[in-house]
Every structure is written in C-alpha cells, then in structure tokens.
Write a protein of this length. Structure first.
Ligand SMILES: *Cc1c(COP(=O)(O)O)cnc(C)c1O
Length: 370
C-alpha cells in the first residue's frame, strides 16, 4: 500500500545525518530537534502552537483532557472513522455520539451533527478522512451557535488546505479549538516509529496541553493535575524535519497518482472514484473507491493473486464494534456508513508510484470489474 523504502532512498543522506546527529549529541528526549521541528511545523501550518506528543491517539486524548471535559459529557464524532477517535472519548468516560457521514466526501455530515446536539454536548470531533477536510465552515458555525469545542482529527490530512466561504484559507487542523495529528509511518508526514502533535492558536490552552503531556507538571516535580507521559523523541523529530520539507511535493505526487486512477476508472459504471470536496484540497492519504455491484472480497482475492495489495478502511462502522455498540444506535441511522463499510476499497497510494505500477493496477482492477 505504501513504499516507505523507496521514499527513504531519496532522502537517505539527510535522514541518516539527522539521526546520527541526535545519537552524537545523545539528547534523545526533548532535544533541540524537537523544538526545531515544532517551530518549522508551526510555520508550515501557520499556527501559533504545535505541541509534539507520542502518537495521534495521545494527541486526541490530551486534547480532551486539556478542554476539561467531564465524565458524561457528550462528544459528537463520525461513525465512519478509525477507532482511535472514539476510543479516547470512551477512555475518558465521556460519551461518544456517533453520527452519519456525507455520501460524497465520506466526512462527517454537519446536518447529522446538528441533529445529535443535546444539552450535554461539549465537543465535535470532525475527522478529515482520507486526506480532505470535513465541511468546516458549517461545523464551525454549529459549534459557535451551540458553544462547543471543535477538535479536528487531522491524522489523515496534514497539509490539506481548506478554503473558507470568505475566500481565506487554512491548513487542516488549525481551524478548530485544537487540531490533532499522527506521524505514524504510513501517514502523509510519517516518522520511523510513533509520533503525533496537537495544534492550537490559544496560548493558555497550549500551555495546558504541554503541562498535561508532561505528567501534569509546569514546574519540574510540581504536579497540579493528573497528566500523561507523551513525548515525540528527538530521532523522530530529526526525521520529520527532513520529511516536512518534502510534504508539499509528496502531496503533489499523491495527486498525480490519484488523477491517473480517476482517469482510468472514469468510464466504469461499477467504480465510483473519490469525490473532491469543493472547499478543500485533497492530500490522498488513501485513494478509496466505492464499488457498485462488484464482489469486493473476490476483487481483493483476484488483486492479491496479481500481487496488488488492497485494504478496507473501514470494514465495520463503530456502532457495530463490540466495544462501542450501544442500544441507542440503529442501522437505520447509518445507511451511508453501512454502504461504505460494505463497498469501499483502497488501492495502493504513496509518493513513489510509477506510471507502470498505476497502469498495472488499473488494468487489473478494470479486468475484474468488466
Ligand atoms: C492514524 C489515525 C489516528 C491515530 O494515530 P496513531 O498515531 O496511530 O495513534 C487517529 N485518527 C485517525 C483518523 C487516524 O487515521
């Protein structure tokens, strides 16, 4: 699905030098690379504060802790997402409220958010799924009207740019109260291990996030609150500094591959290619097709015999997962999510795709979907 080796080969000299430098200096934790990466990412995102942490799931958890959400508070998020989003809500004894997604972009449906609001609702967590932003103007307006926090899960969409109705633009993750991202190796800005970050423009909130991520201490050995230990290590920061410089080029390469796929599948009625949101760029974390009248498993098996990997993101809606099942949900609420879980398939998508590979993959998919 990804070619991290091919990508590494092209940046090997810089990455190896960055890693060697950290080892030479032995500042493995909170070394200068972490601060430099933080500053460089702040500049890239045009956001006041980036707070690095250990992974994207931690970022979401720390965000909810920093906003002082209390057990029983309701947090609205997408049913069609990676489990981490709902997991941290449940872990903190908050109540996840899962809602339907948009049939075209597959991101959270603002109308469904509004319909799910109760007096206990405290926050909305839009997920910028597959690499493009959710409908943020509408979500921000709903949040403002009901006085709710917005925590953007931008683990799949770092570098995606949203255009507001008034024409101004913003990077994914910088529009809500807090943005959360992941540097998991296969993400668009991936390190060589685990990593994550939170973003915010709010000075007080940034200080609080830093404190919580650092054992609840703002002065060493003085703990005012229960926190966590969540750090980005210096070696990962050194790698991320190199890759951040390439991030826009990586997005371009992914878009070139996506356009090739789009064109190849355009005339096949059994294959619906990804719909681009009108107000967001797409960084194609995933290239995901929606099949119509195709035996998905048979297609996957066929592709596997041709050495073509494929993945299903995601095979189950969260409300069908044992851990998140809840008598208040019914399948009737989620026709779109259920259809997607049954019919989506993601094809290889990365920064190193060649035309030869793309031709081979599209030929075989079309061969099966005749
Ligand atoms: C990857 C991902 C996360 C979690 O990130 P980790 O770094 O793996 O903890 C959270 N939300 C979404 C939507 C993701 O894709």
């Amino acid at each position: 699905m990804v070619d991290l080796k091919g990508q590494y080969t092209k940046i090997k000299a810089a990455v190896d030098a960055g890693i060697a430098n950290v080892i030479d200096n032995t500042a493995f934790i909170n070394g200068p690379e972490v601060k430099m990466f933080q500053a460089e990412l702040e500049q890239f995102l045009n956001v006041k504060h980036v707070i690095p942490c250990a992974n994207g799931t931690d970022a979401l958890q720390i965000a909810m802790m920093a906003l002082n959400l209390q057990p029983g508070d309701e947090v609205i998020t997408a049913n069609f997402t990676y489990v981490a989003t709902a997991e941290v809500i449940a872990l903190l004894k908050l109540t996840p409220v899962l809602v339907e997604c948009d049939p075209n972009t597959f991101t959270i449906d603002p109308a469904a958010i509004e319909a799910a609001i109760t007096p206990r609702t405290k926050a909305i967590v839009p997920v910028h799924l597959y690499g493009q932003c959710a409908d943020m103007d509408k979500i921000l307006a709903i949040a403002k009207k009901h006085n709710l926090y917005v925590i953007e899960d931008t683990a799949q969409a770092i570098g995606s740019v949203y255009t507001h109705a008034n024409g101004t633009t913003a990077q994914a993750g910088t529009m809500g109260t807090i943005g959360c991202t992941s540097f998991f190796p296969s993400k668009n800005l991936g390190c060589y291990g685990d990593g994550g970050a939170l973003y915010t423009n709010d000075d007080k909130l940034a200080a609080r996030i830093r404190m919580i991520a650092n054992h609840g201490q703002s002065v060493q050995y003085i703990h005012d609150e229960v926190g966590v230990n969540s750090r980005l290590d210096s070696i990962q920061a050194a790698i991320l500094r190199v890759k951040l410089r390439e991030l826009n080029n990586y997005a371009k390469a992914r878009n070139v591959a996506a356009s090739y796929y789009d064109k190849a599948f355009a005339k096949n009625p059994k294959i619906k290619t990804p719909v681009r949101a009108s107000n967001s760029t797409h960084v194609f974390h995933q290239y995901t097709l929606q099949l119509k009248g195709v035996e998905r498993n048979a297609l996957r098996e066929y592709l596997a015999t041709k050495d073509i990997p494929s993945m299903i993101y995601y095979p189950l809606p969260l409300h069908h997962q044992k851990a998140y099942a809840n008598a208040t949900y019914s399948d009737e609420q989620f026709p779109i999510t259920l259809d997607l879980c049954a019919n989506v398939i993601s094809l290889p998508m990365h920064t190193e795709m060649t035309e030869l590979e793309l031709k081979y993959i599209t030929d075989e998919v079309l061969n099966f979907c005749k």
